[in-house]
Design a protein. Structure first.
Length: 269
């Protein structure tokens, strides 16, 4: 077991199961609506908890009935919530439209902006995982105190000093060497590994001198892949703290994602 600090959102997702794909001018029927917890911090943290790790979650929730219930549920689930802040406001839902082919349309609440991460808590963690926006210079500097930092590739121009960056291939342009150069500008000199995922397509693993391709194991199709990247990160981090090489860690990430999505498929409407 490792102690892992997860810095990322805890959201309330509302899934709309549609009868057909979204198209201009179409009229759609909703077969069911499902509300569930989500967000990059929550999803990755759940995988790590299930794999036996101690997870300290650093995030914020809104100080209303729904937010306070969420906080209590996090505690019940096993998260260390000492650094989950309650902030004024009303908890919004992230609307996720899912069509019969599993394609998603995500609608984030307009104007929603949680407070940025001003400081990182004094936690003796084996690894820090980042999936958040708006980190202060003080918080970024604090990362120097941790031996291992894994981060999702930021969608906006923000520094993320990290040993490992995980990104969707569609978010990082160019060939492997070009992608590495862009990642090195984001993560700085401590970058060791860039992991590029692309759904069911092979994973690219790039380092300063090498690159490799890891085939994604074939799994049964699922209706909804929401959270797949977050679950992958959880499996990758678990393998990483256990000392696995990057290619084995990528396969562990695929396994974790497949298991979580299959479980959700079984439980869905």
């Amino acid at each position: 077991m490792a102690r892992i600090m997860v810095v990322g959102n805890a959201n309330v997702d509302r899934i709309w199961w549609l009868d057909r794909p979204v198209a201009p001018g179409s009229r759609l029927s909703c077969q069911a609506i499902e509300e569930r917890y989500g967000g990059g911090g929550y999803n990755t943290g759940i995988v790590l908890l299930d794999l036996g790790h101690e997870v300290t979650l650093v995030t914020s929730l809104y100080d209303d009935d729904k937010g306070r219930t969420y906080l209590n549920d996090l505690r019940q689930r096993g998260f260390n919530t000492d650094f989950v802040n309650l902030v004024p406001g009303t908890t919004p839902s992230v609307e996720i439209l899912v069509d019969p082919h599993g394609e998603r349309t995500i609608i984030a609440p307009a104007g929603r902006r949680r407070p940025g991460i001003e400081v990182l808590p004094e936690v003796d963690a084996s690894l820090v995982y980042l999936n958040t926006r708006g980190m202060s210079e003080a918080a970024l500097k604090r990362l120097d105190d941790f031996d291992q930092v894994v981060s999702q590739y930021p969608l906006f121009a923000e520094r993320r000093p990290a040993n490992v960056l995980i990104a969707s291939r569609s978010d990082v342009k160019g060939a492997a060497r070009t992608a590495w150069q862009a990642a090195a500008e984001v993560a700085g000199p401590r970058l060791e590994t860039l992991v590029l995922t692309s759904g069911t397509q092979p994973i690219e693993i790039v380092s300063r001198r090498d690159q490799m391709i890891v085939d994604v194991p074939t799994t049964a199709p699922v209706r909804d892949t929401t959270g797949a990247g977050d679950y992958f990160a959880g499996g990758y981090i678990d393998a990483m703290v256990r000392g696995f090489d990057a290619d084995a860690a990528a396969l562990a990430g695929c396994k974790a994602a497949a298991q979580r999505l299959a479980a959700a498929e079984h439980a869905g409407p």
